[in-house]
Design a protein. Sequence first.
Length: 222
Amino acid sequence: MIAQNKMTKLERVQYILEKLEYIYPETPIPLDHSNNFTLLVAVLLSAQCTDERVNKVTPALFEKADNPFDMIKLSVEEIREFIKPCGLSPRKSKAIYELSRILIEQFNGDVPESFEELEKLPGVGHKTASVVMSQGFGHPAFPVDTHIHRLAQRWDLTNGKNVEQTEKDLKRLFPKESWNKLHLQIIFYGREYCQARACFGLECEICHTCFPTRKRKKVTKK
């Protein structure tokens, strides 16, 4: 392994792939769900909220409604009572109700298997659609959350201008068949070893191995 000199970008890509595969050979989906509808709702709830908190909130909600037909039997206010601990509950509860209605009226209650149709649903942005497409339907996608955006910058894989650019850069660098597993591996690594208020591109094994001579903290662009 290269130890003294800075790796090239291609060397970093290969090293990161191999190291993350070694640390995380298995990548369970962090959000508890039983079908693509509950996955969609859980991902929507995870915006500005931890997966751990979402997983504490959703069992009671999904016991009442794990499909859009049962969900619209609840009022927006009833949905909000279930999801209050997740934050942004007024907006999220309305989005969950409305997307459930749309799924029934336009898709016979099924979650559409399309980025275009998913991103038209209330409360569903590109990242949420990417998670459902990759983790729910198995299509290659690279959802970029705050962990991935941060680590891609610390590993000099993107200029970090925005999450959209980070997604494009990572898709260009890593093989398509690795995307669905790799995005989870990076999230797990970011949570465990390269946190937002630690490492700063200097201390964790991947940062130190890829950049052994780096002295200054790597400032992450939002």
